[in-house]
Design a protein. Structure first.
Length: 348
């Protein structure tokens, strides 16, 4: 039996977690070989670069990639769940096992020593960044323009993944949103660099935009073999998210129009939506990972936390529920969309 997980673009605004000090957190995980070793091996086996990239994608669906054994530590979807709770879109209505209590009560945002959230998200996203930096460095470096198109496509995906990680870090750890001159995050663009001071929002977002524009260019002719890979349109969607966070609405509209008109993505039908978002091949999904039993996910997973129909925390203790106001707003939005469709049909 297959299960699917979407690495989804959400339109929900996330409430930022408080910044983390350097004395309690490992900026980067240390279990990596040197760039020199990778460069030396890559000369004899270019597939090593592709293997590195696959490893980055695998990090997104692997338990413990936030550096803990917590049952809230299972890759990208861990932080979607944190974000939904922090934004108020999701509520912890019953608490038995305490996995999300500190986040739900907004205690983690003011006390980094508490279990849940701060350490996991920081370590996960900087793990992605360090892995991307290793790939980019071993393939030629940040400014390298490869003649080989396939190598360029690997670099393009790595740059997009680095941008993805910095974008999410900015949403979770920068308190006041995009204020250009305010300090934001340590910026690492090389795997050998350590102990960087905080760069400003302007510097961090400029790097995100540069990486994504590079990715769009490098991935122009990339025909991905599966949806877990980033292609040009996913890079453009991440770029739209970035401009949205900066308040550049016209840029968001332009990029979104390009994605819809050129990318072949369609709105999901009512049947597809009610089906549970369980088919990664659905035309409306831009970026997703096909999960099977071979991935070995059980209780420590998205379903292990929210699926009330199986053996899970959601069914037996830590019950999560949608915010009532959000639920009602969805019904109103659906009615408005239906009315718009009726008007368009009547005008034909």
């Amino acid at each position: 039996m297959k299960k699917y997980i979407n690495i989804t673009f959400s339109l929900v605004a996330l409430i930022a977690l408080s910044s983390c000090s350097e004395d309690f957190i490992t900026v980067y995980p240390n279990e990596f070989v040197s760039v020199e070793k990778i460069e030396e091996s890559a000369e004899n086996d270019p597939e090593l670069i592709a293997g590195q990239l696959n490893g980055i994608y695998t990090t997104m669906i692997t338990t413990g990639t936030g550096g803990t054994t917590n049952h809230t530590d299972f890759g990208h979807k861990s932080y979607d769940l944190y974000g939904d709770i922090l934004s108020g879109d999701l509520a912890l209505t019953v608490n038995t096992y305490n996995w999300y209590y500190n986040v739900s009560a907004l205690l983690t945002t003011v006390d980094y020593t508490l279990t849940g959230g701060n350490y996991e998200a920081w370590r996960y996203f900087y793990r992605i960044i360090r892995s991307a930096n290793f790939l980019i460095a071993s393939a030629g470096g940040n400014d390298f323009v490869p003649e080989d198109e396939e190598l360029g496509q690997l670099i393009g995906q790595a740059k997009a993944m680095r941008a993805y990680a910095y974008f999410y870090l900015a949403q979770y750890y920068v308190n006041n949103g995009y204020v250009p001159g305010e300090p934001a995050l340590p910026l690492y663009l090389d795997p050998e660099t350590t102990a960087q001071p905080l760069s400003t929002n302007q510097e961090v977002y400029a790097q995100i935009i540069k990486d994504l524009n590079d990715a769009v260019s490098l991935l122009a002719n990339f025909d991905r073999s599966s949806k877990n890979q980033i292609d040009m349109y996913v890079a453009k969607a991440l770029l739209a998210y970035t401009y949205g966070a900066m308040g550049e609405d016209e840029m968001v509209a332009d990029l979104t129009s390009e994605i819809i008109s050129d990318g072949g993505y369609t709105l999901m039908s009512g049947t597809e939506v009610l089906g549970g978002f369980n088919d990664v091949a659905t035309a409306g999904w831009m970026w997703g990972q096909d999960l099977t039993l071979d991935n070995g996910l059980d209780l420590v997973s998205w379903w292990g936390q929210v699926d009330i129909y199986t053996y899970s925390y959601g069914a037996f203790g830590d019950v999560k529920a949608i915010d009532e106001d959000l639920y009602n707003a969805m019904a109103a939005y659906t009615a408005a969309i239906s009315k718009t469709k009726d008007i368009k049909l009547s005008n034909k």
